[in-house]
Design a protein around this ligand. Sequence first.
Ligand code: FAD
Ligand code: SF4
Ligand code: SF4
Length: 470
Amino acid sequence: MANMAPNKNPMPTQAPEVRAHNFDEVALGYSEATALDEAMRCLNCKNHPCVTGCPVNIHIPEFIAKIQEGDFEGAYQVIQQSSSLPAVCGRVCPQETQCESKCVRGIKGEPVGIGRLERFVADWHNAHATQLPDPVPSNGHKVAVVGSGPSGLTCAGDLAKKGYEVTVFEALHTAGGVLVYGIPEFRLPKAIVQKEVDNLTAMGVKMETNMVIGKTLTIDELFDMGFEAVFVGSGAGLPNFMNIPGESLKGVYSANEFLTRSNLMKAYESDPVTPIMKGGKVAVVGGGNVAMDAARTALRLGAEKVYIVYRRSLEELPARKEEVEHAMEEGIDFQLLNNPVEILGYNNPDDRRDPKNGFVTGMRCIKMELGEPDEKGRRRPVEIPGSEFELEVDTVVMSIGTSPNPLIKSTTEGLDVNNRGGIIVEENGATTKKGVYAGGDAVTGAATVISAMGAGKVAAKAIDEYLSGK
Ligand code: FAD
Ligand code: SF4
Ligand code: SF4
């Protein structure tokens, strides 16, 4: 009998006043009983509209039917046919605009908690499957993957399963891309990503960290070393700034730097090697997932007050609703319809050795109102003349978007990019340079984990066809 309850089973979470002071995961996951109850809300629709909302077309009703039967490993096997990172996507996919937005149960209530069920199944599998995959015999072909984010890991995994000898070249000292350097532990524990990396190395994939392609080696040198194809999944890690006065003051960060220092360089330790802030007041400029992550990280690093400064209203905030709600519950102060015009700093010309010289002291903002819709249909924010005010802050984190880094393009002959720096590819991920494929944020600009994964899959298939002459 289907469970006709109009609402999803709520996700158990740490209490806001507790979690605001630790880096442990906020959402605790469904129990078996709750997962079964939620699975019973699925009507197993014949035309399964939910599947069309998933960028990798996971067979959603099939995996949920397995949960209904209590066959959790069977459910995992169904998901595995389409996605290699279910524990990640079950946590961070924007389900509300993807699979769940198409669920028929959403017409008269809340959709089935597809993402929560996917996370449950993946966590159940990870808790019970202790065996790493066996190495796959080599087919004699070598492929290089640049970048170890979701696109690179997926491409590497799919090729390794077919017997390709894959080497992943990663610029940072840890593999995982944004999944480890960007998304904080309290949303996506690093151990989950590490498990995926361990699975790949068990299959025979080599991980070469601290290798900046375009500096340490070029793409052409990779071909000289015997790699027959290269997949570029180097992401979009180049931060955008507002170009307002004061952005070079000490205490102004890009969200990428702020999060990388916290996530990978352990700025949260009591005596960190690279401290990023000491308490005080923090303003995060922007309204996306990255801004929410930076604001909530600042809170956990001990900020006494954290502002989100965003130029539109709550309705237009691009971050996931759940993340915004969590941030509000934790006490982040949303300064909506406000825009920074200048970052203010301490300046003592009489004593240049004054240790406070050059540090942020505040931010001058202007109030905004919403005008006519822009080309994307979003109402354009317009400044209200004479409404400027000052916000007293010690740290400013700019989180207004990122672009693909031009390094690989500038060191690779024949690799074309568009006017936003994204690598130009055909439908199958082939670039303008023979043997080089690309996907994920390096092509689209900042997007989502699941779309990057999908692009890695498409390119792996094309590389296999190219090298096997199919
Ligand atoms: P990335 O994950 O960016 O990985 C690229 C890798 O390539 C990096 O490890 C980088 O170090 C490496 N690299 C770059 N240049 C070179 C080079 N020259 N040589 C060698 N290696 C190189 N998406 C969601 O779906 N849900 C979310 O909740 C979400 N939250 C996010 C929060 C933050 C803070 C950020 C920054 C992004 C978030 N995203 C989210 C977006 C998502 O993480 C990205 O779209 C996705 O990771 C892109 O995957 P990718 O493989 O293309 O690149
Ligand atoms: Fe939904 Fe994302 Fe899972 Fe696809 S991968 S079913 S979009 S949560
Ligand atoms: Fe189940 Fe909703 Fe998909 Fe129908 S649309 S099969 S109810 S998840």
